[in-house]
Design a protein around this ligand. Structure first.
Ligand SMILES: Cc1cc2nc3c(=O)[nH]c(=O)nc-3n(C[C@H](O)[C@H](O)[C@H](O)COP(=O)(O)OP(=O)(O)OC[C@H]3O[C@@H](n4cnc5c(N)ncnc54)[C@H](O)[C@@H]3O)c2cc1C
Length: 248
């Protein structure tokens, strides 16, 4: 079926070519179709490509796979409650049990709406008995200074994103996951050091969270000695005989 195969197969094939060549994209060629067909079927894509200097009736289009949905996330019950008291999770960040190893097609928006309503009902009920403590101490900023090296935060965020895309993306292997974990650990150490010495900022807190989530994704992927759904590893290309949870 070539490029009309299911999207995980096409994405894996594209990823394979990019990994072999080290290039950031492959080309999509639709020049064999008549201009009138292209304009009728893909008017928006045609206009977008033209606006960045690509005439898809004559030129190849550079393409790369992008993430469409993240399966897994914060484990919640049927009312969106996480294991932390009064912390709910809803939408793509949550793991409700609706999706399996792959996303149940076109259901994420429906899921988010249903769980948002359930969380509202549960929170309304819980709030009645909730006591908000009034002696929460102020944030202690003693011993830290205002950073003038925020480039570390920006750089480490970019590097974490690159590590996750290149080594923990569509096609994984023990080698790539190990490499990702070792590199992430360096970023973790640097960021924690920076956090202890400098005033907190939103960007810095988000970076720490991103590194934490990346760590859990890699750890969970390493524990999975099989390929199933969205998780594909060249070292274990088949389904395991028994299902094993990799919940952390
Ligand atoms: C190309 C594409 C096509 C899709 N098509 C479909 C489809 O046809 N049907 C379907 O059901 N699903 C589809 N999905 C999936 C669906 O769109 C997402 O799963 C859904 O939108 C997730 O909603 P959400 O509210 O959980 O997260 P998001 O929509 O990602 O919302 C999270 C929000 O949190 C904000 N945020 C992030 N960090 C912070 C912070 N630190 N502080 C404050 N705010 C923050 C973000 O800016 C964002 O507004 C598609 C996804 C993609 C990428």
């Amino acid at each position: 079926r070539g490029s009309l195969a299911p999207r995980d197969i096409v994405a894996r094939a594209v990823d394979n070519e990019m990994k072999k060549s080290g290039d950031d994209f492959v080309y999509l060629d639709i020049t064999m179709r008549k201009k009138a067909d292209i304009l009728t079927h893909f008017p928006n894509i045609y206009a977008k490509c033209l606006s960045i200097g690509i005439d898809m009736t004559k030129d190849f289009i550079p393409v790369t796979p992008a993430s469409h949905y993240m399966c897994g996330g914060i484990l919640v019950d049927e009312y969106g409650k996480s294991s932390i008291q009064n912390l709910y999770a809803c939408g793509e960040v949550s793991s409700t049990g609706l999706h399996g190893a792959n996303r149940l097609a076109s259901n994420s928006l429906l899921e988010a709406t249903v769980f948002a309503h359930r969380i509202y009902l549960s929170a309304l009920e819980n709030y009645k008995n909730n006591i908000i403590p009034d002696e929460i101490p102020e944030w202690n900023e003693q011993g830290v200074t205002q950073s003038n090296e925020d480039i570390l935060v920006t750089h480490n965020l970019r590097e974490t994103q690159k590590i996750m895309s290149d080594y923990v993306g569509i096609v994984r292997s023990d080698f790539r996951l190990d490499r990702a974990m070792r590199r992430l650990f360096l970023l973790y150490e640097e960021t924690e050091e920076f956090y202890k010495k400098n005033k907190v900022s939103v960007k810095l807190c988000e970076l720490r969270n991103v590194i934490q989530v990346a760590y859990m994704v890699i750890k969970s992927a390493v524990a999975r000695k099989e390929s199933r759904g969205l998780h594909f590893t060249t070292d274990y290309p088949d389904h395991a005989k028994e299902l094993v949870d990799t919940i952390i």
